[in-house]
Design a protein around this ligand. Structure first.
Ligand code: PYC
Length: 319
């Protein structure tokens, strides 16, 4: 996407939505040519060769830090509805459940997917989604599991214990943090979770095969009567998840199941820091559970991003 490559502006066609408050921008045309291959192979090409496309879509002045981008691609397996790559203000995401609900709502909006169950290829494996009678979308996520239980982490405030779990991304899940989970404490919660994130790196606590834990999740009592728990989730780029975080809810349910506190068919109702909600269930699998997470998305815009050749911020304000 060099400025010399085009006389007029480059055009990127997008559909924006929010899933229980958390924004998704689905790129439906104008994305880079990533060739053929699996989602993992295309993700590697995207990361190496098209990082400026990511920042043009997600960074200001066209985007904002909380935005998750989703690049729609033709699937490798023609029986799948699409392949998708997720990205944010700092890089790529392996999987994103709120983003998948946004993709599903976008495909419905465009008339490209109807009733039934649809397969979607992601870099961490295939997921499935189906439209529910109440307007929500249910996503059957990748296998999720608890990697480590009650891991001690030294913080400036003292020692905390948390679980390390995979839900399509790596999470450190903490319940005994002593923080009040309220929306008027966003800065304090962000700083606290960022401290956890740094301490994980410094103390060498990782996911499987040394993978970085880049999401931190705090749990507390719910504020709405139809929820089991409220959370605060810090995403890799320092933004909090406005939704209850679907990969985080998957990780949480894997931990509950490992502790014998969630059984097949039992519904887990996860409230977010803004008061929105996902519901989830699990079924047992070889290593942990196969989670299904449901929530609702709303389309907020259909637009074309213009990247003028002489615009000094055509790639976004990169940092
Ligand atoms: O819903 O899985 C999710 C998610 C990950 C990061 C932001 N949302």
């Amino acid at each position: 996407m060099s400025p010399a490559a085009t006389a007029g502006p480059a055009r990127i066609q997008v559909v924006d939505s929010h899933t229980e408050g958390e924004p998704t921008r689905v790129v439906i045309a104008g994305g880079p040519d990533l060739g053929r291959g699996s989602a993992a192979e295309r993700l590697a090409r995207f990361r190496e060769q098209h990082d400026r496309f990511r920042s043009a879509v997600c960074h200001e002045p066209r985007g904002f830090d909380a935005l998750v981008g989703a690049l729609l691609l033709p699937p490798e397996d023609p029986a799948a509805v699409a392949q998708v790559l997720y990205f944010n203000n700092v890089g790529m995401l392996g999987m994103c459940v709120h983003g998948t609900i946004g993709v599903a709502e976008t495909l419905r909006h465009l008339g490209r997917a109807g009733p039934g169950t649809h397969r979607l290829e992601t870099p961490v494996g295939e997921v499935r989604f189906s439209y529910q009678a109440d307007g929500s979308v249910a996503v059957e996520n990748v296998e999720s599991y608890r990697q480590a239980h009650a891991v001690e982490l030294r913080l400036a405030q003292g020692t905390v214990r948390g679980d390390v779990a995979w839900g399509g991304n790596w999470f450190f899940l903490v319940s005994d943090h002593g923080q009040a989970l309220s929306l008027d404490r966003l800065e304090a919660l962000t700083a606290y979770c960022w401290g956890i994130r740094q301490a994980l790196g410094e103390q060498g606590i990782t996911g499987a095969n040394g993978q970085e834990i880049d999401h931190v999740e705090l749990f507390g009592p719910p504020t709405r009567p139809d929820a089991d728990s409220r959370n605060f989730v810090l995403c890799p780029g320092g933004e909090y998840d406005r939704s209850p975080c679907g990969t985080g809810t998957s990780a949480k349910m894997a931990c509950l199941a490992a502790a014998g506190r969630l059984t097949e068919g039992q519904v887990w109702r996860q409230e977010s820091i803004i008061g929105s909600r996902f519901t989830g269930t699990v079924r047992p699998s070889a290593r942990g559970v196969i989670p299904t997470v449901a929530g609702r998305a709303w389309i907020t815009a259909e637009s074309t991003l213009l990247l003028g050749p002489d615009d000094p911020y055509r790639d976004g304000i990169r940092r």
